[in-house]
Design a protein around this ligand. Structure first.
Ligand code: HEC
Ligand code: HEC
Length: 227
């Protein structure tokens, strides 16, 4: 029997690194921790292999739940976040999640903590984590202001529906929005609208360019109600 710790050495390293970043360690210490970074096979190829083989899939789901324990403080048990500014990962498309991990790891999507965390994960940890999260369910969030959510529904039908789908479930390229955390959706849409900064995407820049802050709040309220 190996110790449980040996199942996810690079995630343990991620925690160490994250601790170092949070504790504002001297740069040379953080750099040293970063040198231990995980080697990478192609995570998308590993994901496809895990999905193709039922036994590998079961093993991956078990590994994924161990990795997810490291993320639960922020993303919640089973990927349903209890913090409105932290996204749910539950029910999200696994290929979309892997792509976001790639963007963090390559510094294309900026968030200091997530960049450090993902860089320290190897391909199997990434692929198994997204498989685990995709298999979890996310509950809808009832709207606190029904009129606002209804207005968001009209905007959604005109501007978002054709890509994100009637139910907001997305696909491999496009994020699931159903049940997503409100503050996170608002922050994210404002970033896309600016077209510069921590998260840039040309399709989403086009989709948000003409939205007011009130439109964005209404869309976030509506997205939360989708199941
Ligand atoms: C300290 C809190 C924290 C921890 C721990 C954490 N995350 Fe995150 N994560 C965030 C925040 C905040 C964001 C949103 C960043 C942004 O606004 O772009 C995020 C975003 C993400 C996203 C993008 C989701 C999307 O909808 O685009 C993925 C994927 C992700 N995290 C995976 C993980 C994994 C896997 C772990 C554990 C190995 C983890 N996170 C641990 C805070 C955390
Ligand atoms: C032309 C297709 C398209 C349209 C139209 C579109 N989206 Fe998107 N959306 C995308 C793609 C692609 C992504 C992933 C982009 C990335 O990697 O950052 C995305 C990502 C998002 C995200 C990030 C989700 C997360 O988990 O981080 C939100 C929120 C979002 N869209 C909301 C909307 C809303 C609201 C509208 C309508 C106003 C809309 N989108 C219209 C294609 C589209």
């Amino acid at each position: 029997m190996t110790s449980p710790r040996s199942h996810f050495p690079s995630v343990a390293r991620a925690l160490l690194l994250a601790g170092l970043l949070i504790g504002a360690a001297p740069p040379e210490v953080a750099a040293q921790a970063e040198r231990g970074r995980a080697p990478q096979a192609d995570p998308k190829a590993r994901l496809a292999q895990m999905q193709a083989d039922p036994k590998a899939l079961q093993a991956a789901l078990r590994q994924g739940s161990r990795v997810a324990a490291v993320c639960a403080n922020c993303h919640g048990e089973g990927g349903v976040s209890a913090k409105p500014e932290v996204p749910n990962l539950a029910g999200q498309n696994p290929v979309y999640l892997l792509e976001q991990m790639r963007q963090f790891a390559e510094g294309q999507r900026r968030n200091e903590f997530m960049e450090a965390m993902i860089k320290a994960m190897n391909s199997d940890e990434r692929a198994s984590a997204v498989l685990f999260y995709a298999a979890q369910t996310v509950p809808p969030r009832p709207a606190t202001d029904a009129a606002q959510a209804a207005r968001g529904g009209d905007l959604y039908a005109r501007n978002c529906f054709r890509c994100h789908g009637a139910e907001g479930h997305g696909n491999a390229e496009i994020a699931r929005l159903a049940g997503q955390q409100g503050v996170y959706v608002v922050d994210t849409l404002k970033r896309y609208r600016t077209g510069t900064g921590p998260r840039v995407n040309p399709l989403m820049a086009d989709a948000t360019r003409l939205l007011s802050d009130a439109d964005i709040a209404a869309l976030a309220a509506f997205a939360g109600t989708l199941r």
